[in-house]
Design a protein around this ligand. Sequence first.
Ligand code: UTP
Length: 325
Amino acid sequence: MRAIIPVAGVGTRLRPHTYTLPKVLLNVAGKPILAHILDALIRQDISKCTIVTGYMGKLVQEYVLANYKIDITFVPQRESLGLGHAIWTARETFDDEPLMIILGDTIFDADLTFSKKAKTSTIGVKEVEDPRRFGVVLLDNKGMIKKFVEKPEQPTSNLAIVGIYYISNPMLLKSCLEHLINNDIRTREEYQLTDALQLMLERGEKFNTFNVEGWYDCGKPETLLATNRYLLEKSSKPRKFKNAVIIPPVFIADDAIIRRSVVGPFATVASGAVVEDSLVRDSIISDGARVSSSLLKKSIIGNNAIVKGHFNKFNVGNSSEINYQ
Ligand code: UTP
């Protein structure tokens, strides 16, 4: 089976980090988002992959080629015209063999082995409180999808499409995407994958769903940090330092340096980063960053960035109160 991973988007919600790195290369729990996705695919025996690149695509390609030996084809999406357009761009790399489409900003913890036996296309879904930000599916009384709707203003279902799609009939998907593009059918100005799936449904394709409980969005600072917390909880990599206290779960790279500090819980300190005289929790300190004399929480410090705080000097009398809140 082939996986298609679209990673061409600009990642505006993660600026300023995405001014210098594509979103998929941002570090979460010790490695780039894309590495979490590719490692999960390899664990599930999916060894052929198409990556649709765009914004800073060269950096994505360089990273993948330097770190992965699986069969990967890179396809450039020249303009960010939507997810449907990104998948359409990859059309030459798919044939009759089923596809797994996985969005580049979603880390998942789901068993994909169902696909080995699946008789129909199957869409990963999760119940969410506010479905208006997502594509949603409506089910019939047999649990099969009867309608796909992209970002409904008045949702009639709270089953959100989470970014994992098993497509058993790629050629039909291709012709439905082609229909959208040839007829310039857009929703919210973009060619939507959800609209192509709806068209597939109308042309007779059957769609099942599978529940994805483990779905970790990396699209915004707060969700990236939540994903960092979740991944560290599952797999912590602490180290010992003579003059620092490490509170797991954390990820501390082998060549990171921690001095006179308290790091953790839920801190990622990436390769070459230095933390000194600081307290850092619930944060991501990226490659080569330097943090000194600082109290940090819920922070994302980019590659090679410098955060330098200061110590306070007080001369405070009896019964005085200093409160920064
Ligand atoms: P998003 O909707 O999250 O867009 O795309 P984005 O650009 O990554 O982020 P924001 O909204 O500007 O903050 C979901 C996935 O689809 C890919 C993105 O790279 C991401 O992995 N995508 C989206 C494309 O490959 N091409 C597109 O035209 C749109």
